[in-house]
Every structure is written in structure tokens, then in C-alpha cells.
Ligand binder design. Sequence first.
Ligand SMILES: [Fe+2]
Length: 124
Amino acid sequence: MGDSLKWTLEISVGDGAIDQEHAEEFELFNRARNAVEAGRPIDLIKADLFRHITIHFRNEEALMDELNLDESAKELHKAQHREFFLRSTEMSSRSDAEFVEFLRQWLIDHIVNGPDRNLARSSS
Ligand SMILES: [Fe+2]
């Protein structure tokens, strides 16, 4: 089981509302991770997570449209959001531990090391 995730200022995108949503996603991930570790079901946490992420992607994409971002980078970023739903639906049928590991990797690849970093560069 991978470690918990902690939001830090280093991964700020320069927008308070989006930062808050990212921190909440890490929190939801930690709740799911801890539940799996304790052998508890994660269905309710997953429902919260999908609800949260749906709203978050919409907010983040609205921010992208306000920023002066490269058009192709923006399209690629939005495509990653759509792909998240396809892959997470697929991963939902696997074990909770596999789902949590997928989620952990996705959050790191997307928020910590991926396209969300470009938002920080464009909004600062
Ligand atoms: Fe994103």
C-alpha cells in the first residue's frame, strides 16, 4: 500500500479555489487508502470522490480557459480529464486496493508532476 498524500504549497497552481480542491482530493484519497488498509469498504468514499472530481475538472477547465495557455496543451489536459473517467470506471471493477493504487498514481502523475503544473506557470 502506497503512502498517504499531502498537499503542499510547492504544488500550488496559484489559484486558491483550485488548490483547495486539490487538497480535498488528496484527503479523499487518504480516506480511501486508510479504509482499504483497515479492511473497510470504500464505496461511499468513491462516490464522494467522483462527485468532487467532476466539479473540480469543470472548475479547473474554466480556469484554463481564462489563462493564456497554449491551445494544444489545453486540449491535451482536458483529454487527460476525460481519460481519467474512462480508466477509473474500468478500475472500479477491480479490487479496492488496485483502485486506490491507480488513484494514487494518477494524482501524482497529474497534479504533482503533470499538466496541473503548467497552470501554476501560467497563473503566476
Ligand atoms: Fe487537471
